[in-house]
Structure formats: C-alpha cells, structure tokens
Design a protein around this ligand. Sequence first.
Ligand code: SF4
Length: 714
Amino acid sequence: MESTQTHCPYCSLQCGMRLEPAGRGAREVTVAPWPEFPTNAGGLCRKGWTAPALLRHRERLTSPLVRDRATGELTAVSWDEALDRVAAGLAELQERYGRDSVGVFGGGGLTNEKAYALGKLARVALRTSAIDYNGRWCMSSAATAGQRAFGLDRGLPFPLADLQDAAVVVLVGSNLSETAPPAARHLDALRENGGTLVVIDPRTTPTAARADLHLQPVPGTDLALANGVLHSIVSDGLVDQDYVDARTSGFEQVRRLVTGYWPERVERITGVCASEIVALGRLLARADSVIILTARGAEQHATGTDTVLAWINLALALGQPGRPHSGYGAITGQGNGQGGREHGQKSDQLPGYRRIDDPVARAHVARVWGIEPDDLPGPGRSAYEMLVGIGTGDGVRALLVFGSNIVVSAPNATHISDRLDALDLLVVADFVMSETAARADVVLPVTQWAEETGTMTNLEGRVILRRQVLAPPTGVRSDLEVISALAQRLGVATGFDHDPEVVFDELRRASAGGPADYSGIDYDRITREHGVFWPCPDTGADDGTGKGTDDGTGGGTRHPGTPRLFLDRFATPDGRARFHAVEHVGAAEQPCPDYPFYLTTGRVLAQYQSGAQTRRVRELDAAAAGPFVELHPMVADLLGLVDGEQVRVATRRGQTIAPARISAGIRRDTVFLPFHWVGANLLTNDTLDPSSKMPELKVCAASLERVSTVSGPA
Ligand code: SF4
C-alpha cells in the first residue's frame, strides 16, 4: 500500500488526509497531513488523527447476527441465512400489511453512492414510500429555508476559505472551534486580515471566546434577535436598497414586520442588551462584506426554518448573498450531511435534489431506473414521524437501518426505543454493536471508511472521493453489497451494482438536469481537481453513457463546477431571492416552577454524533469519557453543588445524572449537556418544525437536583 489521499470519516469538513502503511503487512495505516487539500490545508482535529483506531478494533462486527427466537440472544449465522431471513421477513410483512409496512432509515454519514442505492432500494425493490434519514434531525430547517429564500439548498454557497476575506463573519449557534477545529483556522485568518468575528451562543464556547463580539441570547430567541438587528438597520436607514430592489422580492412586508422589534423589546425577549443589538446592526451595515452562518444552535428548533429565514432576511437587507466573500450559509454537521440529502434517502426527494411529487422529475428518474413513473411511490413520512408511527395502524412494521444510531440520537429517546421494540423486524447494518444494533433482530456487519470507495459532499458542496485503502476484515461486506443482495432476493435481479463507481455513474445520470446536478463529475476528475463543486452539468458530447468529453486536464469542454452560487441570479423562477416575514414564537417548552431552566445540548471536541465510533477510540474516550452538566456558578450555589458533583437533570420526558461542570460562561438560566452518550436525548423535546419536520432538539425546560453521594441508613 502506498500513501493514499483520502478524507476523514467524521464531520462535514471532510478534511483531506493521507493514509500511509504502518506496521507489518500493511494491515494497519497511519494518518499524515495532505496540505494541498484547501478546506483544511493539512489541519486535522484529534478525531481525524485517531480515525484508523476503529479499523481493526476488537469490537468490530465480523459476522451477521440473527436473534434466536427461543433464547432472545443474537447468534452468528452465514450471510445467506441472514439475508434470506431479512428478505423473507420483509416480503411476508409487505404481503400482509402492504408495501409501506417496511421502512428504510438512512444516515448523513453514508456516501452518496449508498444514499442513492438506499433510495432506489426503497422505491424500486421495496416500492415503499417509507424512507427518511437522520439528517432530518440535523440540517432540514436550513435546507427548507434555503429552498424558500434562494430556490436552492447548498450549505455553503461559497468555499470555506472565503471566510478569511470577509469584513465580518457572524456565527449563529455554531461552535466551529470544537466541532471542526481546522475550520477555525479560517476564523483566525479573518481576524489577522482585520476582519471581525461575531458569535451568537448562550454559552461561552471556545469559538465564542475568540470572538470580537459575543452575544448570549436566551435559547430559542435567535429569530427575535435577527429581527431586532434588522429593525435597527432599517431605523438607521442602512438597508442596501439598490440590492434589495435589483435582486430580491418581498422586502416591504418584512420591513413592516420588523418595526415591531425595537431594541428594548428584543432585549426583553432575548436578554441581549438593546445597545448591543443596535451596535451589531451598525457594524454589519458599515462592513463591505458580511458572511452570516447558522448551525444547529439556530436550526434545531420547532421554529428552526423561520429562524434561518430571519437571518437570511438580514443578509439580504445588507445586500450580501451572491457577492464575493459575502452571503449566508449553513454549516452542515454530519460527514455527508449535504450529499446525503441530495440523492434520494429523504422521504420527499429523488436523486439530484428533485422533488418526488414533481411529474417531470419522476419521469426522468423512472427512465434511468427502467421503471414506469407510476411505479414510483409518493412522498413518505419524515424520520421522526415514521418512528413514532411504529405500532400504529398504518405505521411501519419492519425497519432497515443503515448508518444511524437512532437509540442515542433520536429526541425523546425512551419513547423511540419503545417504538423500535414494537417492530416485527429490525435490521441494522453497522460495523460495531451500537445501541440500536443491540436491539435488532438481524445485524449485518459492514465496511467502514478506508475499506471502501465512495464520494461525499462536504459542507461547501464540494464532491470529494474517499478511496479504499485496506481490505475489510473477513466476514464483512459493503453496504452496497448488502443492498444489492437484498434487491436480488426481493426479485430485482438487475440495476443494483455494488461497484461504487458504477453506482456513481448511474447517480450522475439520475441527477442530470436536477438542482444538484453531478453529471459532469467523475472519480478521475475529483482526484485531479481536489473535489468538484455541484452543480456541475455534463456539457461534453453526450454519448449516452452520462460521461462528458474529457481531455484529461480538467479543462476542455467540461463545466468547471460551481464554487460560488448566486453570482448573477438566484435559483428561484424569477431569479430573485425572497424575503419572508417571520415572527418570534419562542421555544415550545418554556421554563416553569417545576422545570425552571432551559436545557440545551451539543457536541464536544473529542466525540462525534452518537459516539458509536468515537467512544470506542481509546484516546478520545480518555479525553471525553462521559457527559457532564455545564451550569452557572450561581446555579451551583443555589443547589449547593461543587464542581464534579453529580447532578440530576430532568424534563417532562426523562432524567439523567452526570457530574456538574461549573462555568461562568453559560447563561444563568441555561444548562448544557453533550449528546454523545445515552442520556441527553432521553430529555429532549420532540416537537417538530411544521415545515422541515426538525425536532426541537436544542431547547426544552428542565429541572436540576443535587444527587447526594452519602448513602442513607440501610
Ligand atoms: Fe475529521 Fe471533522 Fe476533525 Fe476534520 S474537523 S479531522 S473532518 S472530525
């Protein structure tokens, strides 16, 4: 094995790295920097450096497991036996209860090829409408808002490095320094270049600590804050009226609405001083270039879509989107949070980011798949709706889970675990025994990261390629092989190749002409150009294979890809970005005498998502071995707590106990729990955003109680 350029298995930055042989027989690899890859320029966080630890981990699953009906234990079986049992179970349930009795649940960490194949498995082999994925809990509010305002959803409409040359960057609910440390280099460069960093977060995170201005609003009030800042800009006569007239529609309604968000009123709602609201408005309006970025802190709310729209309104009034080093963007979280929502594992979409209820889109994709458009199912339920529907009249009775650890990551997780237990058949494909796999009837051991090839689309909309470096352990198959084998057993003998490049070529054809057009992208080109930004239509001669004319230089007649969107027009029918008048509502659950605090959740540096991977890496576990409850010193005094003492956090849905971490950097009315362990999501609120179906993971009402460490008399 030689040194191979690839990408980190974890977050949406998809940092470039090299894998090099280590130890005897090239059975192990070590990580080295790949400085030429522009998104991270050689920088990696400790998760990236330690990623190979999972490849030969002792807890690796290497045999299919089937639950013995007599003993209730999971027992090793052959692949044929496991796949036969799954296919027979699915067929029997569909025969008795209809096609939609089988559901498919994907993940935002799956490659584009897997996401595409999973969507095709659901629509062509199972012919079920019941498919969705965990990105619904991560990115859907920003996606919905982007579609409404700009006519297109791509997390960042510009390369991440553009941050360096902005005059002001505003991060709303993002802790980049901890969640994606190499990205923080761009924030440091911004400040070295004389730019200003503004962070809006209820906690003084490491990102907030390096900001020039840090505002700490009450959780769930970001929308009101955005409206208040816009009010201030309107009052000062600082709206970019030429831009608004030339490139947008709907401003007048918003202008009228924000008259009701005068600074003193917004101070009462958000807790942010009126003078700071006015000062932020002036700072932004006087800057040449402003980038506003939202992340989960602003988005994971029952009003997440409207909250993002409020920040987009502000960016539009400042005349920023579509200008150099300016605009609005959303920072995706999962490794393929972007591509995972473009190619068909979302309940309302077909490949290429097409709508499943669009007759033209259905006809195009059906042609690529060799079926009749009428044979394609319609839109299904969103992720959380599908899960809570289990056990109800028309709910799913079998669930195939790929790349997701639902038991830890779902809101109101006790309820969801009960729902999973009510299934007739739960099948989980994973490479370790996650909390969800442990509840399954059938567990299928699959490849990971460096054992397979596939594309991902990072937070910039840059399509990148991970190359296979190692053979997988004996007994393990790729997700594409599993999907192909299941399709065959379900009676679809062709059209489910397990070679990722073949699948990608079909994805290109299916995406051609859609909003997320990948038809001009291929593996060789990604390698040569260090990634290609979509949309990238195939502008070469059409020979019917979906491949364009390629002179081998990356030039020729090929489309160059689209690093920056919206330079001339937005993707709406009239080419104008749309303002939306959105009112503050606040969190669905407000503090009350029984639950007097806001609970918010988030990530820590050394762990990733549900922790199924990172909790198994020794160095990462040593750095962050368990959850904690961050709370203000005044709260600690109130409860008689010292740092490290156990504290019980309870909400209307459940409770958990963790050591207190006392910090003067968090609001007095707010406590924070990281969500990488079972616990945080036992507490979170499952109220959904009506448009995006995003649960309100980011805020709910909670109580705190000191847990006595002194045992009472026996
Ligand atoms: Fe991996 Fe994200 Fe860390 Fe980069 S920032 S090394 S992609 S986890």
